[in-house]
Write a protein that binds this ligand. Structure first.
Ligand code: NAD
Ligand code: TYD
Length: 355
């Protein structure tokens, strides 16, 4: 048995591939375009493992995807491939439209043709799982109830709008063509192999490098945080037992204001790797200009996933964030490798003039 994973060299995708091979043992075909966010270093432990077949290419390449499906006959597709950073989508939305919308469309088209030609059990058991985000639901006020699966779509950034469009396409392929799809909408992930342009790895990296810890606006924006391995276990569970055509919200029941997240990171770093001058890393906190259209609060109600499929996160924020800081401290070579690349140009462009 084989599954096709797209975007499996990125943050969540690579964690998923590692997790899948540790838990399920089925071969993974990993299709990734290796954009700035794709990093084969994440999968270095799989070198020589025949259960992992890496293919460099785009989900938007209909012919390539069709060839891969015909050759490997996967029983499922898990679609992680996307442009994923909100700030980049503000600077340049074009790639987000191409990959998240047009790419997902081409992937769905190739999948529809492949699945349409399957028969018997293979056709019945086939699944297309689309990995999406809570950001499609828009922004919550402080006392609003958390997002449920029936919350209306109100995406506010080019990133979330492009993900919303892809979710709608996936839904339409189920309703129109009967494609056996599942969609997961997850909150903010954190953990190993997180590219240091996102809040948590950026703060850990900048703290250790003696650089400013940039807080957008007043730092009181709220996110729900989920340890990445819990996201992986949720996806495995939905793939295994999710009801066709359904959407499942995935979250960690961990709502935190950004400033509180940064404060926790500083406290753990103060304990594990104190600054030479005896000051706290908090001294590096710097308030910068806010993100345009910045969503104020995300919160996920993940009770459907728990009720129907018995899934719950294994980590609390406290256990997960400590593991994450330890991972970054133990894997500075990985961080250096990433930060010596094009990431540096991006940081320059992003923060220049903001401080
Ligand atoms: P990421 O940016 O770290 O990785 C994306 C991966 O997709 C990279 O390896 C990149 O090379 C690849 N990719 C980009 N365009 C491609 C294309 N056209 N064809 C094939 N591969 C392509 O993203 P991530 O944080 O790992 O997110 C993975 C998925 O999960 C995305 O769909 C994202 O929207 C969703 N998601 C992320 C979070 C989060 O907190 N990071 C939360 C909820 C949902
Ligand atoms: P991010 O990790 O980019 O995820 P998302 O925008 O998808 O939620 O950002 C998490 C929160 O942290 C978000 O409210 C923006 C904020 N943030 C900062 O305050 N400073 C930063 O340097 C970054 C990257 C994010």
């Amino acid at each position: 048995m084989t599954i096709l994973v797209t975007g499996g060299a990125g943050f969540i995708g690579s964690n998923f591939v590692l997790d899948w091979l540790a838990n399920a043992g089925e071969t993974v075909i990993n299709l990734d375009a290796l954009t700035y966010a794709g990093n084969l270093d994440n999968l270095a432990t799989l070198v020589g493992d025949e259960r992992h077949v890496f293919v460099h290419g785009s989900i938007g390449d209909f012919d390539l995807v069709s060839r891969l499906l015909a050759e490997h006959q996967p029983r499922a597709i898990v679609n992680f491939a996307a442009e994923s950073h909100v700030d980049r989508s503000i600077h340049g939305p074009g790639d987000f439209i191409q990959t998240n919308i047009v790419g997902t469309f081409q992937l769905l088209e190739a999948t529809r043709a492949y699945w349409g030609a399957l028969t018997g059990e293979e056709r019945e058991n086939f699944r297309f799982l689309h990995v999406s985000t809570d950001e499609v639901y828009g922004s919550l006020a402080k006392d609003d109830p958390a997002f449920s699966e029936t919350h209306r779509y109100e995406p506010n950034s080019p990133y979330s709008a492009s993900k919303a469009a892809s979710d709608h396409l996936v839904r339409a392929y189920h309703h129109t063509y009967g494609l056996p799809v599942l969609t997961t909408n997850c909150s903010n992930n954190y953990g190993p192999y997180h590219f240091p342009e996102k809040l948590i790895p950026l703060v850990i990296h900048n703290a250790l490098a003696g650089q400013p810890l940039p807080i957008y606006g007043d730092g009181q924006q709220i996110r729900d945080w989920l340890y990445v391995k819990d996201h992986c276990s949720a996806i495995r569970r939905v793939l295994e037992a999710g009801r066709l055509g359904e959407t499942y919200n995935v979250g960690g029941w961990n709502e935190k204001a950004n400033l509180a997240v940064v404060d926790t990171l500083c406290a753990i770093l103060d304990e594990l790797q104190p600054r030479g001058d005896g000051l706290s890393y908090r001294a590096q906190v710097t308030f910068v200009k806010d993100r345009p259209g910045h969503d104020r609060r995300y919160a996920i109600d993940a009770s459907k996933l728990e009720r129907e499929l018995g899934w719950k996160p294994a980590e609390t924020f406290e256990t997960g964030i400590r593991k994450t800081v330890c991972w970054y401290l133990d894997n500075q070579a990985w961080v250096n490798n990433v930060t010596s690349g094009s990431y540096r140009d991006w940081v320059g462009q992003q923060y220049e003039g903001k401080q």
